[in-house]
Design a protein around this ligand. Structure first.
Ligand SMILES: C[S@@+](CC[C@H](N)C(=O)[O-])C[C@H]1O[C@@H](n2cnc3c(N)ncnc32)[C@H](O)[C@@H]1O
Length: 356
């Protein structure tokens, strides 16, 4: 597309310094392309230079001429999904466009409200246009459900796949979003817990998934042992791959099976630290955590969901009671935090408990 605009014509050999000066004076029209004629350069201006500006230009460039010329408009790529779709959706639907997007590797995951479902492919294409690193767009098609904590997806744009490689804190993770749980929203938590682990510790990750806690702990510490348990065979297959590709296979050990069974057998009494990231059921597995922690004590990271009017204080009480029912005691809660909102009036929280 071309547009007529004010044009400053200067000899080509004076072009570079003139463009710099026009830019400095704030006169350059950056939406239009500078072009050449035989011996001159045509620079688009946003307005007629003021007298003082004209004098400054004249001081630097002896031969100049201000005229009108046709310029090619620069095509700037759309920056937001809203910008791409503004001429394709009615305003009341633009208002409900999803604001949040989870990007796992090169897969974007979006929640499409029911009224936008007829436009989901259009929205997917808009996400591809505005996110250069995204190759696939999936729409959530169910809640996270079942023992394995997975959800269904509908493919709405780009390559039809659910498997990707996600990078986080210097580690790479093979992830299959349809087969095993993974959330990029927990990345800060993975790093926070990994940073607490000291040399020589034995860590048990009771619900390890594809390994974002376990692998990072192994990566940050040469002299740890991490037992990473999960019941989902697909998760453990990906976990084993992640252990290999991140070269922590001499200290992170994937274990396929039930956390409670391992706690009562192979993992009994050997942990300095236990990670319990199964927020729907964290307190149900308090017995497993208490069995796994060393007799002299250790730390447990409990994750749970709380729904208003429930509070972190009341969760702490329930947690202390559950630990006491398993003949152990919480000496202190070293840390407590609401990590993220998971639904209206619901959030995921973490409690770091020191247990003896
Ligand atoms: C919320 S995911 C957490 C995964 C991982 N910690 C993360 O941050 O990505 C919970 C995991 O617990 C596993 N799980 C559920 N019940 C289990 C059990 N009884 N024993 C071991 N793993 C279990 C699920 O398969 C799932 O991978």
């Amino acid at each position: 597309m071309s547009k007529t605009a004010l044009c400053l014509k200067v000899p080509k050999n004076q072009g570079e310094k003139t463009i710099a000066l026009v830019g400095k004076l704030g006169l350059l029209d950056k939406t239009l392309r500078i072009h050449r004629e035989e011996t001159t350069l045509c620079i688009p201006l946003i307005q007629q230079p003021k007298e003082i500006e004209y004098r400054e230009l004249k001081n630097q460039v002896n031969e100049l001429q201000i005229t009108v010329s046709a310029f090619v408009e620069k095509m700037s790529p759309p920056k937001t999904v809203m910008q791409v779709l503004e001429n394709h959706l009615p305003p009341h639907l633009l208002a409900v466009l999803p604001q949040a997007l989870d990007v796992i590797g090169d897969i974007a995951i979006v929640e499409i409200p029911p009224e936008l479902e007829p436009y989901q492919n259009l929205i997917g294409e808009a996400i591809l246009k505005t996110h250069k690193n995204v190759k696939t767009v999936l729409a959530k098609a169910s809640a996270i459900t079942g023992t394995y904590r997975t959800r269904e997806y509908i493919h709405i744009a780009g390559e039809n796949k659910t498997r990707t490689i996600h990078r986080e804190f210097g580690c790479q993770y093979y992830v299959d979003v349809a087969k095993a749980y993974f959330s990029p929203r927990l990345s800060h938590e993975h790093d926070r817990v990994a940073s607490l682990v000291k040399s020589g510790e034995t860590v048990v990750d009771l619900f390890a998934g594809v390994g974002p806690f376990s692998v990072l702990i192994g990566k940050k510490n040469q002299s740890v042992k991490v037992y990473a348990v999960d019941l989902n065979p697909d998760a453990v297959e990906l976990l084993a791959m992640n252990v290999r590709v991140n070269r922590v296979d001499n200290r992170v050990f994937p274990m396929l099976g039930d956390a409670r069974q391992f706690a009562a057998t192979k993992l009994k009494g050997l942990a300095d630290r236990v990670i319990m990231n199964l927020p729907e059921k964290a307190l149900d597995f308090t017995d497993a955590a208490c069995q796994t922690i060393k007799p002299q004590g250790g730390s447990v990271h409990f994750y749970a969901f709380i729904r208003s009017p429930d509070s972190i204080d009341s969760l702490k009480e329930r947690c202390s009671d559950a630990v006491e029912q398993n003949s152990r005691k919480i000496i202190t809660f070293q840390y407590e935090k609401s990590i993220r909102e998971t639904a209206p009036y619901e959030s995921q929280v973490v409690l770091d408990a020191v247990i003896k």
